[in-house]
Design a protein around this ligand. Structure first.
Ligand SMILES: Cc1ncc(COP(=O)(O)O)c(C=O)c1O
Length: 448
Protein backbone atom coordinates (compact mmCIF):
# COMPACT_ATOMS: atom_id res chain seq x y z
CA UNK A 1 0.00 0.00 0.00
CA UNK A 2 2.64 2.49 1.09
CA UNK A 3 4.78 1.56 -1.86
CA UNK A 4 2.02 2.65 -4.22
CA UNK A 5 1.76 5.98 -2.41
CA UNK A 6 5.48 6.57 -2.74
CA UNK A 7 5.58 5.50 -6.36
CA UNK A 8 2.66 7.77 -7.14
CA UNK A 9 4.69 10.69 -5.86
CA UNK A 10 7.86 9.97 -7.75
CA UNK A 11 7.36 7.67 -10.71
CA UNK A 12 6.28 10.49 -13.06
CA UNK A 13 9.40 12.47 -12.25
CA UNK A 14 12.64 11.98 -14.10
CA UNK A 15 15.90 12.28 -12.21
CA UNK A 16 16.66 15.58 -13.93
CA UNK A 17 13.32 17.26 -13.21
CA UNK A 18 13.55 16.01 -9.62
CA UNK A 19 16.96 17.63 -9.16
CA UNK A 20 15.90 20.84 -10.91
CA UNK A 21 12.78 21.14 -8.79
CA UNK A 22 14.82 20.81 -5.62
CA UNK A 23 17.12 23.65 -6.54
CA UNK A 24 14.38 26.00 -7.85
CA UNK A 25 13.71 29.25 -6.07
CA UNK A 26 10.44 28.47 -4.37
CA UNK A 27 9.25 31.91 -3.28
CA UNK A 28 6.30 33.11 -5.30
CA UNK A 29 5.34 29.67 -6.63
CA UNK A 30 1.73 28.61 -6.45
CA UNK A 31 1.35 26.20 -3.59
CA UNK A 32 -0.92 23.20 -4.00
CA UNK A 33 -3.82 23.14 -1.58
CA UNK A 34 -3.34 21.24 1.67
CA UNK A 35 -6.42 20.64 3.80
CA UNK A 36 -5.85 22.00 7.30
CA UNK A 37 -6.54 19.58 10.16
CA UNK A 38 -8.19 20.59 13.42
CA UNK A 39 -5.90 22.71 15.62
CA UNK A 40 -3.46 23.45 12.83
CA UNK A 41 -4.67 27.05 12.54
CA UNK A 42 -3.22 27.93 15.92
CA UNK A 43 -0.12 30.13 15.78
CA UNK A 44 3.15 28.37 15.16
CA UNK A 45 5.26 27.83 18.27
CA UNK A 46 7.95 29.68 16.30
CA UNK A 47 5.68 32.77 16.38
CA UNK A 48 4.71 32.46 20.04
CA UNK A 49 1.93 29.84 19.78
CA UNK A 50 1.78 26.77 21.97
CA UNK A 51 3.87 23.68 21.18
CA UNK A 52 2.09 20.75 19.52
CA UNK A 53 4.27 18.07 21.10
CA UNK A 54 4.18 17.74 24.87
CA UNK A 55 5.54 14.19 24.98
CA UNK A 56 7.93 13.86 27.96
CA UNK A 57 11.62 13.81 26.99
CA UNK A 58 12.34 10.80 29.20
CA UNK A 59 9.61 8.80 27.44
CA UNK A 60 11.01 9.79 24.05
CA UNK A 61 14.48 8.67 25.14
CA UNK A 62 13.03 5.32 26.17
CA UNK A 63 11.19 4.94 22.83
CA UNK A 64 14.26 5.73 20.75
CA UNK A 65 16.90 4.00 22.88
CA UNK A 66 19.26 1.93 20.71
CA UNK A 67 20.73 -0.64 20.95
CA UNK A 68 18.31 -2.53 23.19
CA UNK A 69 19.72 -5.29 25.31
CA UNK A 70 17.83 -7.12 28.04
CA UNK A 71 17.80 -10.27 30.10
CA UNK A 72 18.51 -12.56 27.11
CA UNK A 73 21.73 -10.78 26.22
CA UNK A 74 22.81 -10.61 29.87
CA UNK A 75 22.15 -14.32 30.31
CA UNK A 76 23.99 -15.21 27.10
CA UNK A 77 27.07 -13.30 28.27
CA UNK A 78 26.95 -14.83 31.75
CA UNK A 79 26.52 -18.32 30.31
CA UNK A 80 29.44 -17.78 27.98
CA UNK A 81 31.70 -16.62 30.80
CA UNK A 82 30.64 -19.58 32.96
CA UNK A 83 31.17 -22.07 30.13
CA UNK A 84 34.75 -20.90 29.52
CA UNK A 85 34.35 -22.09 25.91
CA UNK A 86 34.31 -18.68 24.29
CA UNK A 87 35.21 -19.55 20.74
CA UNK A 88 32.35 -21.98 20.16
CA UNK A 89 30.12 -18.93 19.95
CA UNK A 90 31.59 -17.96 16.58
CA UNK A 91 30.66 -21.04 14.48
CA UNK A 92 27.30 -21.07 16.26
CA UNK A 93 26.57 -17.50 15.16
CA UNK A 94 27.88 -18.18 11.64
CA UNK A 95 25.58 -21.20 11.31
CA UNK A 96 22.53 -19.20 12.41
CA UNK A 97 23.35 -16.22 10.18
CA UNK A 98 23.98 -18.53 7.23
CA UNK A 99 20.58 -20.15 7.73
CA UNK A 100 18.86 -16.79 8.17
CA UNK A 101 20.36 -15.27 5.02
CA UNK A 102 20.48 -18.50 2.98
CA UNK A 103 24.05 -17.71 1.99
CA UNK A 104 26.22 -20.68 0.99
CA UNK A 105 29.21 -19.33 2.95
CA UNK A 106 29.63 -16.70 5.67
CA UNK A 107 32.50 -15.65 7.93
CA UNK A 108 32.24 -13.63 11.15
CA UNK A 109 34.63 -10.68 11.36
CA UNK A 110 35.61 -8.24 14.07
CA UNK A 111 33.72 -5.49 12.21
CA UNK A 112 32.25 -4.63 8.83
CA UNK A 113 35.46 -2.90 7.79
CA UNK A 114 37.59 -6.03 8.24
CA UNK A 115 35.02 -8.00 6.23
CA UNK A 116 35.35 -5.37 3.45
CA UNK A 117 39.16 -5.49 3.43
CA UNK A 118 39.08 -9.32 3.32
CA UNK A 119 36.62 -9.14 0.45
CA UNK A 120 38.97 -6.88 -1.52
CA UNK A 121 41.78 -9.37 -0.89
CA UNK A 122 39.57 -12.22 -2.06
CA UNK A 123 38.81 -10.40 -5.32
CA UNK A 124 42.46 -10.86 -6.30
CA UNK A 125 42.37 -8.29 -9.08
CA UNK A 126 45.46 -6.69 -10.64
CA UNK A 127 46.53 -3.22 -9.44
CA UNK A 128 44.75 -0.49 -11.36
CA UNK A 129 41.45 -2.39 -11.35
CA UNK A 130 38.55 0.00 -10.89
CA UNK A 131 35.76 -0.66 -8.43
CA UNK A 132 32.64 1.50 -8.72
CA UNK A 133 31.45 2.60 -5.30
CA UNK A 134 29.13 5.36 -4.08
CA UNK A 135 30.80 8.49 -2.76
CA UNK A 136 27.84 8.64 -0.31
CA UNK A 137 29.27 5.73 1.68
CA UNK A 138 31.40 4.67 4.63
CA UNK A 139 35.11 5.34 4.10
CA UNK A 140 36.30 1.71 4.19
CA UNK A 141 34.35 0.84 1.03
CA UNK A 142 36.46 3.34 -0.91
CA UNK A 143 39.65 3.74 1.07
CA UNK A 144 40.57 0.11 1.83
CA UNK A 145 40.84 -0.36 -1.95
CA UNK A 146 44.21 1.36 -1.81
CA UNK A 147 45.83 -1.56 0.05
CA UNK A 148 45.35 -3.70 -3.07
CA UNK A 149 46.14 -1.09 -5.70
CA UNK A 150 42.48 -0.80 -6.72
CA UNK A 151 40.97 2.49 -7.82
CA UNK A 152 37.63 3.66 -6.39
CA UNK A 153 35.42 5.15 -9.09
CA UNK A 154 33.05 7.46 -7.26
CA UNK A 155 29.44 6.90 -8.29
CA UNK A 156 26.57 9.26 -7.53
CA UNK A 157 23.38 8.25 -5.74
CA UNK A 158 19.88 8.44 -7.16
CA UNK A 159 18.13 11.37 -5.45
CA UNK A 160 14.89 9.36 -5.20
CA UNK A 161 16.49 6.54 -3.20
CA UNK A 162 19.90 7.69 -1.88
CA UNK A 163 21.21 4.44 -3.43
CA UNK A 164 23.70 3.59 -6.22
CA UNK A 165 22.92 5.47 -9.43
CA UNK A 166 23.33 2.90 -12.18
CA UNK A 167 23.13 5.55 -14.92
CA UNK A 168 26.14 7.31 -13.43
CA UNK A 169 27.96 3.95 -13.31
CA UNK A 170 27.18 3.42 -17.00
CA UNK A 171 28.69 6.81 -17.82
CA UNK A 172 31.86 6.09 -15.83
CA UNK A 173 32.57 2.57 -17.13
CA UNK A 174 36.09 2.18 -18.58
CA UNK A 175 38.10 -0.77 -19.85
CA UNK A 176 39.72 -1.00 -16.39
CA UNK A 177 36.43 -1.35 -14.48
CA UNK A 178 36.24 -4.75 -12.83
CA UNK A 179 33.61 -4.52 -10.10
CA UNK A 180 30.59 -2.61 -8.77
CA UNK A 181 30.06 -2.18 -5.03
CA UNK A 182 26.58 -0.79 -4.24
CA UNK A 183 25.53 0.08 -0.67
CA UNK A 184 21.93 -0.17 0.58
CA UNK A 185 21.64 3.28 2.15
CA UNK A 186 19.69 3.44 5.40
CA UNK A 187 18.38 -0.09 4.82
CA UNK A 188 16.77 0.54 1.41
CA UNK A 189 17.88 -2.10 -1.14
CA UNK A 190 19.62 -0.90 -4.29
CA UNK A 191 18.00 -2.11 -7.52
CA UNK A 192 20.11 -5.25 -7.57
CA UNK A 193 18.37 -6.81 -10.58
CA UNK A 194 19.34 -3.87 -12.81
CA UNK A 195 22.82 -3.69 -11.27
CA UNK A 196 23.53 -7.41 -11.71
CA UNK A 197 22.17 -7.38 -15.28
CA UNK A 198 24.44 -4.48 -16.17
CA UNK A 199 27.39 -6.21 -14.48
CA UNK A 200 26.73 -9.43 -16.38
CA UNK A 201 26.54 -7.61 -19.69
CA UNK A 202 29.84 -5.82 -19.02
CA UNK A 203 31.66 -8.71 -17.33
CA UNK A 204 31.87 -6.99 -13.93
CA UNK A 205 31.91 -8.57 -10.48
CA UNK A 206 29.16 -7.47 -8.07
CA UNK A 207 30.01 -7.07 -4.39
CA UNK A 208 27.62 -5.60 -1.87
CA UNK A 209 27.60 -3.50 1.28
CA UNK A 210 24.61 -4.52 3.41
CA UNK A 211 25.91 -2.82 6.59
CA UNK A 212 22.58 -0.95 6.94
CA UNK A 213 20.22 -3.62 5.71
CA UNK A 214 19.84 -6.54 8.14
CA UNK A 215 16.66 -8.38 7.23
CA UNK A 216 16.06 -6.38 4.03
CA UNK A 217 15.26 -8.35 0.86
CA UNK A 218 14.67 -7.90 -2.82
CA UNK A 219 12.51 -10.45 -4.66
CA UNK A 220 12.63 -12.46 -1.45
CA UNK A 221 16.43 -12.69 -1.47
CA UNK A 222 18.36 -11.25 1.45
CA UNK A 223 20.60 -8.28 0.76
CA UNK A 224 24.23 -9.35 0.92
CA UNK A 225 23.48 -12.46 -1.17
CA UNK A 226 22.93 -10.73 -4.52
CA UNK A 227 26.61 -10.09 -5.13
CA UNK A 228 29.30 -12.78 -5.24
CA UNK A 229 30.43 -11.32 -1.93
CA UNK A 230 28.87 -8.93 0.55
CA UNK A 231 29.30 -7.63 4.07
CA UNK A 232 27.32 -6.71 7.17
CA UNK A 233 28.31 -4.55 10.12
CA UNK A 234 26.98 -5.25 13.62
CA UNK A 235 28.34 -2.02 15.11
CA UNK A 236 26.28 -0.55 17.96
CA UNK A 237 24.03 1.73 15.88
CA UNK A 238 23.19 -0.94 13.30
CA UNK A 239 19.89 -2.76 12.75
CA UNK A 240 21.46 -5.84 14.33
CA UNK A 241 23.88 -4.44 16.91
CA UNK A 242 26.53 -6.47 18.73
CA UNK A 243 28.44 -3.26 19.68
CA UNK A 244 31.23 -4.27 17.26
CA UNK A 245 31.20 -7.07 14.73
CA UNK A 246 30.83 -7.89 11.05
CA UNK A 247 30.05 -10.67 8.60
CA UNK A 248 31.37 -11.60 5.18
CA UNK A 249 28.92 -13.23 2.75
CA UNK A 250 30.22 -15.46 -0.07
CA UNK A 251 28.54 -17.23 -2.92
CA UNK A 252 31.52 -19.39 -3.88
CA UNK A 253 33.92 -21.57 -1.95
CA UNK A 254 36.92 -19.85 -3.56
CA UNK A 255 35.93 -16.37 -2.42
CA UNK A 256 35.00 -17.66 1.04
CA UNK A 257 38.27 -19.44 1.63
CA UNK A 258 40.41 -16.57 0.41
CA UNK A 259 38.47 -13.92 2.36
CA UNK A 260 38.35 -16.00 5.54
CA UNK A 261 42.07 -16.87 5.38
CA UNK A 262 43.07 -13.21 5.03
CA UNK A 263 42.37 -12.40 8.67
CA UNK A 264 41.87 -15.84 10.26
CA UNK A 265 45.15 -17.72 10.45
CA UNK A 266 43.60 -20.93 11.80
CA UNK A 267 40.96 -21.30 9.09
CA UNK A 268 43.06 -22.75 6.23
CA UNK A 269 43.42 -26.04 8.12
CA UNK A 270 39.62 -26.40 8.19
CA UNK A 271 39.37 -26.16 4.39
CA UNK A 272 39.36 -29.22 2.09
CA UNK A 273 42.73 -30.67 1.09
CA UNK A 274 42.50 -29.21 -2.39
CA UNK A 275 42.02 -25.65 -1.11
CA UNK A 276 44.58 -23.28 -2.66
CA UNK A 277 44.87 -21.43 0.68
CA UNK A 278 45.23 -24.49 2.91
CA UNK A 279 49.01 -24.19 2.93
CA UNK A 280 48.73 -20.81 4.69
CA UNK A 281 47.59 -22.27 8.01
CA UNK A 282 49.31 -20.50 10.88
CA UNK A 283 49.76 -17.20 9.03
CA UNK A 284 46.72 -16.58 6.90
CA UNK A 285 47.57 -13.52 4.85
CA UNK A 286 48.78 -11.19 7.55
CA UNK A 287 45.77 -9.88 9.48
CA UNK A 288 43.81 -11.02 12.53
CA UNK A 289 40.16 -10.13 12.14
CA UNK A 290 38.39 -12.51 14.52
CA UNK A 291 35.07 -11.38 15.94
CA UNK A 292 34.92 -11.09 19.73
CA UNK A 293 32.91 -14.04 21.12
CA UNK A 294 31.01 -11.72 23.49
CA UNK A 295 29.82 -9.80 20.44
CA UNK A 296 28.77 -13.06 18.76
CA UNK A 297 26.80 -14.02 21.86
CA UNK A 298 24.92 -10.71 21.75
CA UNK A 299 24.41 -10.95 17.99
CA UNK A 300 22.83 -14.42 18.32
CA UNK A 301 20.26 -13.05 20.75
CA UNK A 302 19.57 -10.02 18.58
CA UNK A 303 19.10 -12.21 15.52
CA UNK A 304 16.23 -14.04 17.20
CA UNK A 305 14.11 -10.89 17.39
CA UNK A 306 15.37 -9.19 14.21
CA UNK A 307 12.38 -9.71 11.90
CA UNK A 308 9.90 -8.86 14.62
CA UNK A 309 11.77 -5.67 15.56
CA UNK A 310 12.06 -4.64 11.92
CA UNK A 311 8.31 -5.15 11.46
CA UNK A 312 7.56 -3.11 14.57
CA UNK A 313 9.78 -0.22 13.50
CA UNK A 314 8.26 -0.29 10.03
CA UNK A 315 4.71 -0.23 11.40
CA UNK A 316 5.55 2.91 13.39
CA UNK A 317 7.17 4.50 10.34
CA UNK A 318 4.09 3.72 8.24
CA UNK A 319 1.72 5.18 10.83
CA UNK A 320 3.61 8.45 10.74
CA UNK A 321 4.72 8.63 7.13
CA UNK A 322 1.32 7.74 5.68
CA UNK A 323 0.18 11.07 7.08
CA UNK A 324 3.34 13.03 6.35
CA UNK A 325 3.59 12.14 2.68
CA UNK A 326 0.18 13.74 2.11
CA UNK A 327 1.89 17.10 2.68
CA UNK A 328 3.03 18.83 -0.51
CA UNK A 329 6.78 18.56 -1.01
CA UNK A 330 7.40 15.79 1.53
CA UNK A 331 8.22 12.28 0.29
CA UNK A 332 9.92 9.05 1.28
CA UNK A 333 12.82 7.44 -0.56
CA UNK A 334 11.25 5.41 -3.37
CA UNK A 335 10.82 1.69 -2.83
CA UNK A 336 9.71 -0.95 -5.32
CA UNK A 337 6.97 -3.46 -4.55
CA UNK A 338 9.50 -6.33 -4.80
CA UNK A 339 11.78 -4.75 -2.19
CA UNK A 340 11.47 -5.04 1.56
CA UNK A 341 13.56 -2.47 3.33
CA UNK A 342 14.97 -2.25 6.83
CA UNK A 343 15.22 1.06 8.72
CA UNK A 344 18.71 1.95 9.85
CA UNK A 345 19.37 4.89 12.16
CA UNK A 346 16.46 7.17 11.22
CA UNK A 347 13.26 7.64 9.28
CA UNK A 348 14.60 9.71 6.40
CA UNK A 349 12.22 11.91 4.43
CA UNK A 350 12.96 14.23 1.53
CA UNK A 351 11.75 17.80 1.31
CA UNK A 352 11.23 19.46 -2.05
CA UNK A 353 11.29 23.17 -1.06
CA UNK A 354 9.81 24.23 -4.40
CA UNK A 355 6.63 22.26 -3.62
CA UNK A 356 6.54 22.86 0.14
CA UNK A 357 7.10 26.57 -0.21
CA UNK A 358 9.82 26.89 2.43
CA UNK A 359 13.39 25.77 2.98
CA UNK A 360 14.62 22.83 5.04
CA UNK A 361 16.17 25.23 7.56
CA UNK A 362 12.82 26.92 8.08
CA UNK A 363 11.07 23.57 8.38
CA UNK A 364 13.54 22.35 10.96
CA UNK A 365 13.26 25.54 13.01
CA UNK A 366 9.47 25.43 12.92
CA UNK A 367 9.28 21.74 13.84
CA UNK A 368 11.86 22.00 16.61
CA UNK A 369 9.84 24.86 18.08
CA UNK A 370 6.77 22.58 17.95
CA UNK A 371 8.73 20.02 19.97
CA UNK A 372 9.60 17.53 17.20
CA UNK A 373 12.93 15.74 17.51
CA UNK A 374 14.06 16.42 13.95
CA UNK A 375 17.63 16.33 12.69
CA UNK A 376 19.76 16.08 9.56
CA UNK A 377 23.17 14.61 8.87
CA UNK A 378 25.25 15.17 5.77
CA UNK A 379 26.78 11.87 4.75
CA UNK A 380 30.48 12.68 4.21
CA UNK A 381 31.05 12.59 0.47
CA UNK A 382 34.13 10.44 0.14
CA UNK A 383 35.41 12.07 -3.04
CA UNK A 384 35.74 15.42 -1.21
CA UNK A 385 37.99 14.09 1.55
CA UNK A 386 41.70 14.88 1.60
CA UNK A 387 43.11 11.36 1.31
CA UNK A 388 41.57 10.69 -2.11
CA UNK A 389 43.22 13.73 -3.67
CA UNK A 390 46.76 12.93 -2.50
CA UNK A 391 48.50 10.68 -5.01
CA UNK A 392 51.09 9.50 -2.46
CA UNK A 393 48.57 7.15 -0.81
CA UNK A 394 47.55 5.46 -4.03
CA UNK A 395 48.99 2.96 -6.46
CA UNK A 396 46.64 4.49 -9.05
CA UNK A 397 45.21 7.81 -7.75
CA UNK A 398 41.43 8.06 -8.08
CA UNK A 399 39.74 10.65 -10.27
CA UNK A 400 37.86 13.22 -8.21
CA UNK A 401 34.51 14.02 -9.83
CA UNK A 402 33.57 17.68 -10.16
CA UNK A 403 30.04 17.24 -8.96
CA UNK A 404 27.70 14.65 -7.49
CA UNK A 405 24.20 16.13 -7.85
CA UNK A 406 22.49 13.12 -6.27
CA UNK A 407 24.65 13.28 -3.12
CA UNK A 408 24.10 17.02 -2.90
CA UNK A 409 20.36 16.73 -3.35
CA UNK A 410 19.95 14.13 -0.62
CA UNK A 411 22.33 15.86 1.78
CA UNK A 412 20.59 19.23 1.24
CA UNK A 413 17.00 18.02 1.27
CA UNK A 414 16.66 15.19 3.75
CA UNK A 415 15.32 15.28 7.28
CA UNK A 416 15.65 12.58 9.93
CA UNK A 417 12.95 11.61 12.37
CA UNK A 418 13.72 9.13 15.12
CA UNK A 419 12.95 5.44 14.77
CA UNK A 420 10.51 4.29 17.43
CA UNK A 421 11.06 0.87 18.98
CA UNK A 422 7.96 0.63 21.20
CA UNK A 423 4.27 1.37 20.94
CA UNK A 424 4.18 5.09 20.11
CA UNK A 425 0.69 6.03 18.86
CA UNK A 426 0.49 9.17 21.01
CA UNK A 427 3.88 10.53 19.94
CA UNK A 428 3.19 9.71 16.29
CA UNK A 429 -0.10 11.57 16.40
CA UNK A 430 1.55 14.60 17.99
CA UNK A 431 4.37 14.57 15.42
CA UNK A 432 1.92 14.30 12.53
CA UNK A 433 -0.10 17.21 13.96
CA UNK A 434 3.05 19.30 14.29
CA UNK A 435 3.88 18.76 10.62
CA UNK A 436 0.29 19.48 9.58
CA UNK A 437 0.31 22.69 11.60
CA UNK A 438 3.56 23.80 9.99
CA UNK A 439 2.17 23.06 6.52
CA UNK A 440 -1.00 25.03 7.33
CA UNK A 441 1.27 28.06 7.82
CA UNK A 442 3.15 27.64 4.60
CA UNK A 443 2.59 31.16 3.28
CA UNK A 444 3.81 32.61 6.58
CA UNK A 445 6.92 30.39 6.48
CA UNK A 446 7.66 31.26 2.87
CA UNK A 447 8.39 34.81 3.94
CA UNK A 448 10.95 33.84 6.59
C1 LIG B 1 27.74 1.56 4.87
C2 LIG B 1 28.76 1.05 5.82
N1 LIG B 1 29.64 0.13 5.41
C3 LIG B 1 30.57 -0.36 6.23
C4 LIG B 1 30.66 0.04 7.53
C5 LIG B 1 31.76 -0.50 8.37
O1 LIG B 1 31.29 -1.23 9.45
P1 LIG B 1 32.11 -1.27 10.84
O2 LIG B 1 31.86 0.02 11.55
O3 LIG B 1 31.52 -2.44 11.54
O4 LIG B 1 33.54 -1.45 10.51
C6 LIG B 1 29.75 0.98 8.02
C7 LIG B 1 29.83 1.44 9.42
O5 LIG B 1 29.18 2.36 9.87
C8 LIG B 1 28.77 1.51 7.14
O6 LIG B 1 27.88 2.42 7.55
Amino acid sequence: MEVKETDKRTSQTTRRTFLQAGSMVFLGLTMPACKPAAGVRESLALSGGSKTVDFPAAKLDALTRWPRYGSDEKKALHDLIDSNKFYEELPAFEKEWKEYTKSPYVKAHMNGSSAITSMFFALDLPPGSEIMVPSYDFFTDCLAQRFFGYVPIFIDIDPHTACFDLNDAKRKLTRNTRAVFPMHSWGLPCEMDHITNFAKEKGLIVIEDAAHAHGATMQGKKMGTWGVMGIYSFQATKVLPSVEGGMGMYQTREYYERAAAFGHYEDPLKFPLDSPVRAYEGTGFGQKYRMHPFAAAIARQQLRGLDERNAFVEANVRRLNDRLIQLPGLSEPRIRPDQKRAYYYANMLLLDPSKAGFSRDTLMKALKAEGVSISMWDYPEQHKLKIYSEAKWWHHPPTIPLSMPGNEYVNHNHIFLPLLYDEAAELIDQYAKAFEKVWAHRSELATL
